[in-house]
Design a protein around this ligand. Sequence first.
Ligand SMILES: Nc1nc2c(c(=O)[nH]1)N[C@H]1C(S)=C(S)[C@@H](COP(=O)(O)O)O[C@H]1N2
Ligand SMILES: [Mo]
Length: 201
Amino acid sequence: MTTFSAGFTGRPGRGARNARVPPGQYVTYDFPVLSAGPTPLIPLDTWSLEVSGDAGVVRRWSWDEFRGLDAEQVTTDLHCVTRWSKLATNWTGVPVDALLADVELDGTFVIASSYGGYTTNLPLDDLLDGKAWVVFEYDGRPIEPEHGGPARLLVPHLYLWKSAKWIRDLRLQARDAPGFWEQLGYHNHGDPWREQRHWGD
Ligand SMILES: Nc1nc2c(c(=O)[nH]1)N[C@H]1C(S)=C(S)[C@@H](COP(=O)(O)O)O[C@H]1N2
Ligand SMILES: [Mo]
């Protein structure tokens, strides 16, 4: 276990490295907002979360139904491809395992789609076994709209562009297909420990 103290890590190339911070990243204490478009405002009475596949929508939760699911607390580090990392962030959310339990769909790839049109692609395996959540609280409060509220995907072991804000649908597919940033040259997988930032990394 690595202990972390303020001032120990700094900008790249300055001082000792924190083993908790992936290569090429620096630690930030604020919480930058990175959005490719405007923040969609989604009234909770029209919000829903879906699981879909080639056959269409196979699961749908209203906000109240979603909030009735068992949720857990998650404390995790975030790594953005623009090189900031934020350590020990606190979220509350529903494990994707629970959302996909009993879903009988073929497909080993997932397209996460958001209100507002953003998409990102992931192998199904990267969303299972306690590695991903649909979160609705940050630091014990509803997630601010600019950070993805009412609910966002959280996949902290990959660069943060995979954590789709304003999540609306998880679509299972047999074939992989690049999402928004992946089509624009970001790496298809996005593992921060392997510095999978761009195509060819
Ligand atoms: N819907 C949606 N989700 C998104 C984005 C976006 O533009 N739209 N940006 C991604 C990127 S590039 C990053 S780094 C994180 C930023 O999350 P934050 O704004 O909460 O820091 O959200 C990701 N999820
Ligand atoms: Mo990002």
